[in-house]
Design a protein around this ligand. Structure first.
Ligand code: SF4
Length: 789
């Protein structure tokens, strides 16, 4: 193995400090052998979207390197990017379709597997209509695949039951952008980090989750004019350790803290009155709501000390440029959309939007989550069209040459939590899961396992590996992944990358695009004239069709092409005749996408989630002004009590991605973070008689796990368990964090609440034996590795 740096030991690498506003290039590389050639791509292990080349030798991937010309990373890669590629070469890749026969999954042909799927689909449609069919996809597929899925689901089958696991990680990002600005789409650009005077990380451990963006910030901190950092996070994370001010609220109290900050900023007069008047509506209502949140009350409810809140408001209220980032600490917690919107409000009342140095990143978690949302694979209509606007539905009907009534728009699209409920209650009879592992990632896993195992639910899983989900499927389709197919994907700052096919997929594995196209053909989906509904066959043809779908919409791709994307390294949408080189900032003229005829949604009540009707919206049509919406505090739905006295929060680690289907197959990443754990404060460890490494039983109302204890860097009364660890590589104990989490979700974004639940703990019985067994296991692993090397 040859590498330019050891990203496991030194996650962010050497500092390359800024000189003026230039972020120097540093090319990170990791190869097992010298490649014959390099193929242009981008990383698919988080939403940062780093430009990357794939090294190929003799038809195999032998490594990766960062692309120096790429504006996102300027050559850098983090540990997941540098090591995750080895998953492609894993010996346990799925290479043939499988069908369950007599209770067992057995290898079969594509012909038999697809025929069975089509037969079942037709039976269900005949007996129960297309409402008996649901799709649950991913944030891992490519744009072309989502668009094809969106068209076949909406205009082919006509089912509203389509969503992605993006509901678990980025639904609130989309919801918050729609609420404030009228449509999805991040206002800023990563280049804002190059000049921002202050950076605000809200529920976002960027140092672990977006390591390359964090390198950019570390390099700012090491250079001239370092920015001030305000971090809102209950844990003492890597990010929090670098903060100028770290606000550590109790779980579920983001709204009190954000309202308190808005209170102080407004009270100090640090607002841009001209911008507020010219470009927003709702400021007076916000002022009224936050007036109830003086710092003393914030401290009482959230535990954030008054002086810290004041120090943070001083920075946020006086900085001339500001970048804010928001992630799961907000999205997966109580009042998710409402809290994310308060971050937008800080920018709006200060007029810090639509110009260099002023970005808001309502972050995504997964690399292609943006495309799930853009393309309509999550239930929304493609290209940010409004399902409540008849004209928007007609545009799609014209584009696809179908009757508008074929496109489900009679009620809101079914969100993932409801799709699973319909499968549970039996109205969904067939669930097609692609590129995701809900048997580890969904909340309340005992319930999810029961649903997947229901006799009257036909489950299709399309994946590259056997997972905790695919072992419960009726049909398993082997999927080609990144590096084995061509397609595009879009990162958080709207940069579109192309990823070219570098190698052939293993065995009979096929791209998700080819699988969806095959299904569409076999189902005989037709347009109004009797021609095939889906008229494209290749990734590039799909991209061209998608471009037409986006014409005139906020995410306009019409100026892009495979050729153009292959020349440089990433272009930010909208890219069209007006902006042929892409667009770094949206809303530069203070005009937003809220106009009745253009907006993606008519909005919701932030407390109840009740939808605003078209008539109601027309009456308040802000005609291009942004919405400032305030909201008061609501306590979490489950709080510690005498029976379950501690808070549990869940999250991610720097070395793993989601349920480790890829990162768990890298020896280096797995060795760096081999197992789950429960993080506990020194105070609580002493109280419960727990020592470092002791096996701890953690129990909630929904289930129980056993985790070794890791002591420190967390507030007393709160526990943390990473959610990556399931059972595909270890089944000696219950260890998936989501055994414990609860089935509750945000009323607007419908994103589940993973960030809080009430639990109790005790040192596990037979601790000595657990420790001894683990010691033996570690020795065996070392011996195995030595024998293999
Ligand atoms: S920061 Fe994200 S996109 Fe970039 S290399 Fe790391 S995992 Fe990949």
């Amino acid at each position: 193995m040859k590498q330019t740096r050891d990203s496991i030991e030194d996650i962010w690498g050497e500092r390359t400090p800024y000189y003026h506003t230039q972020w120097p290039v540093r090319v990170d590389e990791q190869i097992s052998e010298e490649p014959d050639h390099w193929v242009q791509s981008a990383c698919v292990l988080c939403s940062t979207g780093c430009g990357m080349d794939i090294g190929v030798k003799n038809g195999k991937i032998v490594g990766v390197r960062g692309r120096a010309v790429d504006a996102v990373n300027r050559g850098r890669l983090g540990p997941k990017g540098l090591h995750g590629w080895v998953a492609n070469e894993s010996k346990d890749r799925l290479t043939k379709p499988l069908i369950r026969k007599n209770g067992k999954l057995e290898e079969t042909t594509w012909e038999e597997a697809m025929n069975l799927i089509v037969e079942r689909s037709k039976e269900i449609i005949e007996k129960h209509t297309s409402l008996g069919i649901g799709f649950y996809t991913s944030g891992q597929l490519f744009l072309e695949e989502y668009y094809t899925l969106g068209v076949l689901g909406k205009a082919g089958l006509g089912t509203p039951h389509m969503d992605g696991n993006t509901r678990l990680c980025t639904a609130t990002s989309a919801a918050a952008l729609k609420v404030s600005f009228g449509s999805d789409g991040q206002p800023g650009s990563y280049t804002d980090l190059d000049s921002a005077e202050a950076i605000f990380h809200v529920g976002h451990n960027i140092a672990s989750q977006q390591t390359v963006l964090w390198m950019r910030i570390l390099d700012r901190l090491a250079g001239e004019n370092p920015p001030k950092l305000v971090v809102l996070d209950p844990r003492e994370t890597f990010t929090a350790q670098q903060a100028t001010v770290h606000l550590a609220p109790k779980l579920g109290t983001n709204i009190p803290v954000l309202n308190g900050l808005l209170y102080l900023i407004i009270q100090a007069g640090n607002i841009d009155t001209n911008f507020i008047q010219a470009s927003t509506v709702g400021f007076e209502e916000l002022k009224e709501i936050v007036s109830k949140w003086p710092p003393e009350r914030v401290a009482e409810v959230s535990g954030v000390p008054v002086d810290k809140l004041r120090a943070a408001a001083e920075i946020l209220g006086n900085t001339k440029t500001l970048v804010s980032t928001v992630l799961q600490g907000v999205y997966q917690s109580m009042q998710a959309t409402a809290a994310a919107v308060q971050v937008n409000n800080i920018h709006l009342i200060r007029g810090l939007i639509g110009k260099p140095g002023c970005g808001i990143y309502q972050m995504n978690g997964q690399p292609t989550a943006q495309n799930t949302r853009e393309c309509g694979a999550d239930g929304d209509l493609p290209a940010f069209r409004n399902w409540g606007n008849k004209e928007h539905v007609q545009q799609l009907a014209d584009l696809w040459n179908v009757d508008p009534d074929q496109i489900p728009h009679w009620s809101p699209p079914t969100h993932a939590m409801q799709i699973w409920r319909f499968a549970e209650t039996g109205s969904i009879k067939m669930l097609w899961i692609s590129g995701t592992n809900p048997a580890v990632s969904m909340p309340q896993l005992s319930r999810i396992r029961k649903i997947l195992e229901k006799k009257d639910l036909f489950v299709i899983v399309q994946d590259a590996f056997m997972t905790e989900t695919s072992i419960r499927a009726d049909v398993v389709l082997p999927a080609a992944i990144w590096g084995e197919k061509t397609g595009c994907f879009t990162n958080v700052d709207r940069t579109v990358h192309i990823s070219h096919k570098a190698i052939e997929p293993p065995g009979e594995a096929k791209s998700d695009l080819d699988i969806f196209l095959d299904y569409s053909r076999r189902m005989g989906f037709k347009d109004k004239d009797g021609n095939p509904l889906i008229k494209w066959n290749t990734p590039e043809e799909t991209f061209e069709a998608w471009k037409e779908c986006t014409r005139g919409r906020p995410c306009d791709y019409t100026g892009l092409s495979y050729a153009k994307l292959s020349q440089g390294s990433g272009i930010q949408w909208p890219c069209n005749e007006q902006f042929p080189d892409g667009t770094p900032h949206l809303y530069t003229n203070g005009k937003f996408n809220t106009d009745y005829d253009y907006c993606e949604t008519f909005g919701h009540d932030l407390v109840t989630g009740a939808a605003t009707t078209p008539k109601e919206y027309k009456a308040i049509d802000p005609k291009g002004k942004a919405f400032i919406k305030g909201v008061d505090y609501q306590p979490p739905h489950e709080v510690p009590d005498a029976e379950y006295p501690l808070w549990l929060t869940t999250g991610r680690l720097v070395y793993h991605f989601h349920t480790r289907t890829k990162t768990g197959r890298s020896k280096e990443l797995q060795a760096a973070a081999p197992d789950g754990f429960v993080q506990i404060s020194e105070e609580d460890a002493a109280k419960y008689g727990i020592a470092e490494g002791d096996m701890v039983e953690v129990t909630s109302r929904r289930g129980k796990v056993m985790e070794p204890a890791k002591i420190g860097d967390i507030e007393p009364g709160t526990l943390f368990i990473p959610f990556h660890y399931g059972y595909w590589d270890k089944s000696d104990r219950p260890r998936a964090a989501n055994e414990l989490t609860l089935t509750e979700w945000d009323p607007v974004s419908k994103q589940p609440h993973f960030k809080y639940s009430a639990v109790r703990i005790k040192k596990a019985d037979g601790n000595f034996f657990y420790k001894a067994a683990h010691a033996v296991e570690e020795v065996l692993e070392t011996v195995k590795e030595k024998l293999n090397s």
